[in-house]
Structures are given as C-alpha cells and as structure tokens.
Design a protein around this ligand. Structure first.
Ligand SMILES: Cc1ncc(COP(=O)(O)O)c(C=O)c1O
Length: 305
C-alpha cells in the first residue's frame, strides 16, 4: 500500500516525492535513527480518526534520541503537532499506520551527534488477514540482538537488520513470520511484535529483560487482560513452552493482535486461535477504535470537534 501523498519533514508538509535525505547522511551510512510505528484508527460512526497512545510512542522516541545521543532533535510537541498536521493534510478518513523517524543527518564521522532531521508519513492500512486466520511461524536461527551489543528496547533503525534477517529466513522457509530467541536461547519476541502465551489460563510474556522492544501494545494488553480478571506473568520463557501453551499470540502496533497457530510446524494447542486471544482482540479493537469512552485518554483525535 502506498504512503499517503503528504509527509512532514523537519516541520514542513512536503509531497511524498519531495521528502529527501542525502545518501551520505548518518542515517544511511550508519543506520543511525530512531523511529516509531503507530496507528491512527478511523471510527466511521463517530467520523473521527484517532492516534492510539501517541504520548507513549513519543516518549519511547525521546528515550531512543537520548540513548543514541542525537542532539538538536525537535521537542516532542513539535513532532506531535507535525504528525497531526500531516494526517489532516492527507484528509485521511481511514485507518493507517503512521511512521515517524528521527535520524542523524549531515555527512560527518561515526561519532557525530548532529545535525538531526525528522520525518513522518502515513500508510493507509487495515488489519492483516493474520488477525483472523492466525500465523504459522518458526523460531529463526538468528538470535535477538543482546542488550550488551545493541539495546533492543531502543527502536533504532539499525536494529532492524536483525529483525529483517529473521523474517527473510522465515519467509524463505515458507512460514508467515519469525520468532527470535535471546542469545541464551530463551524466547524473546517476534520480528515485529511481542509474544504472549496462555499457560493454565494465565497470560505469560517474556520479561522486559528478554531483549525485547518494550512494546506499547504489550503494556496495553497486560492492562486489558488484568482488567478482564486474567492473571499476567512477566518472566523468562523457554522455547518449548510455545508448544506447552494452550494459546500463543503476537502483539504490536502494526501487527495488532495476531494468533500464532503453529510454531516450527507443530500446532499450538488445537491449532486454532483460542478463546483468550479472541477475547483480548475484542477488547483491544474496541479500545483502539474509540468504542470505550473510559479509554479515550489513550486516543488523540486528529479532527477537531
Ligand atoms: C521488534 C518489535 N517488537 C515489538 C514491537 C511492538 O511494539 P509496539 O507495541 O510498541 O508497537 C514492534 C513494533 O511494533 C517491533 O518492531
């Protein structure tokens, strides 16, 4: 699906084709940037487009900017205003995936900390078919990047070479997607989402020290599950628990909530999306679509009124 016609670059609305970056910038040469993928949900009945958990995504972006020591990045308020202006410029009245990148600009040495540029755009994008059908995945031969090498909790552009390698391998081998283990063989996350298991009716998910991205959807689901009376446990998870589990799911802003129905060609549970996954999907979609007034605080409206 193509990106919507207008983007925002360094605070200015530009046409998609005019969003430029020099090939020798630190972003290209060293993969030095931080980004966010978030969703804006269209509610047709309410005639409103709302960005889900924008503040939390911007806070994670700010954390990445600090860890990568990017100096001179714009204030978050400026990025937030620019993203909303870009969505309005595109007159988007459909659900979309919003991408924001803050990156090293200029042609300097490896240790340069600026200048810094930023851009954002939106891709009209509904839910993938996997939300309904579930996904067949494999645990790839690539280990998840270890915190001592590159921190996975920073959503750095360069980190995604690891995710890309995992996903390429899985797709080459005929799977829909990839799971990654930590360097010590524990379950980490999926190539673009976090992972949760249902074990004895409890929701179990790899802890934030399992080289995962500290996912906003994961935090959302933990809250929604507890609200529904489901116990949630964050801990180290063994690979073989994927087969011991009654249900497995992946969660992320882009992927949303996807049942995982087999791992390495061995069915999870009975090989069909399970009841807890379906219940969490229901709660999640009602929340992001603005159907639960008590959770409107998580949503930023794009259109006035
Ligand atoms: C590697 C990885 N893990 C987890 C997630 C989920 O994070 P979030 O829920 O904040 O989108 C993503 C992105 O969606 C990701 O790219």
């Amino acid at each position: 699906m193509p990106t919507a016609p207008f983007m925002v670059q360094n605070g200015r609305i530009v046409r998609y084709a005019d969003c430029r970056l020099h090939g020798f910038s630190g972003a290209v040469k060293y993969g030095c940037g931080v980004f966010e993928g978030l969703r804006a949900y269209w509610n047709d009945e309410q005639r409103q487009l709302r960005v889900f958990r924008m503040k939390e995504h911007l806070a994670r972006l700010a954390f990445g900017i600090r860890v990568l020591r990017l100096e001179g990045a714009p204030p978050l308020e400026e990025i937030e205003a620019g993203v909303l202006e870009m969505l309005r410029a595109n007159e988007l009245r459909e659900t979309c995936h919003v991408r924001v990148i803050v990156h090293l600009d200029g042609d300097d040495e490896l240790s340069a900390t600026g200048p810094v540029g930023w851009m954002a755009g939106a891709v009209p994008r509904g839910s993938s078919r996997f939300v309904e059908t579930g996904m067949h995945v494999k645990v790839t031969s690539w280990a998840r990047i270890a915190d001592a090498a590159l921190p996975a909790r920073v959503k750095a552009t360069g980190n995604y070479l690891n995710n890309r390698a995992a996903e390429l391998e899985a797709k080459r081998d005929g799977y829909d997607g990839a799971l990654l283990s930590t360097a010590s063989g524990k379950l980490s996350e999926a190539s673009g989402a976090c992972v949760m298991l249902v074990r004895d009716g409890r929701l179990v998910t790899p802890s934030v020290t399992s080289d995962i991205l500290e996912s906003i959807t994961r935090a959302t689901l933990i809250e929604l599950a507890r609200e529904a009376g489901i116990e949630v446990v964050e801990r180290s998870v063994d690979r073989s628990e994927l087969w011991a589990a009654e249900e497995v799911l992946a969660c992320g802003s882009g992927w949303e909530i996807v049942p995982i129905v087999s791992v390495d060609r061995l069915p999870v549970g009975d090989g069909k999306p399970g009841p807890i996954t379906r219940a969490l999907q229901k709660a999640y979609f009602a929340t992001v679509r603005g159907e639960r007034p008590e959770r409107r605080g998580w949503l930023t409206p794009v259109w006035p009124g």
